[in-house]
Design a protein around this ligand. Structure first.
Ligand code: ZN
Ligand code: ZN
Length: 102
């Protein structure tokens, strides 16, 4: 019969238990290979596959130049979105105006 085995996750290098029950499950699915990742890394990899990347990026229209901006957060209608080059300009302009006497 199967015995619990300790494997090393290839993503986080943590040890994890490949339990007898999981081994039986893998065999029942016809999987010959040991799992490469621990449970949490497997879940993370699955999420990454679903959303297409480790982070969620959103396409938006730059409020300054009208070009495409890719932002790592969901765009909100009440805040303008800038592409990376315009964002730098906006930030620089903001610093100048906040430094000026009111
Ligand atoms: Zn891991
Ligand atoms: Zn722009």
């Amino acid at each position: 019969m199967h015995q619990d085995r300790t494997l090393v996750c290839r993503d986080c290098a943590e040890e994890f238990v490949f339990s007898a029950g999981e081994q039986a499950f893998f065999l029942s699915k016809g999987l010959q290979n040991d799992p490469q990742r621990c449970l949490s890394c497997r879940a993370a990899a699955k999420r990454a596959r679903v959303i297409g990347g480790p982070r969620e990026f959103h396409a938006a229209i730059c409020g300054s130049c009208g070009g495409q901006a890719i932002v790592p957060f969901a765009p909100r209608n009440d805040r303008p979105i800038y592409c990376s080059s315009c964002f730098d300009k906006v930030q620089a302009a903001r610093e100048v105006s906040s430094a000026a006497p009111a």
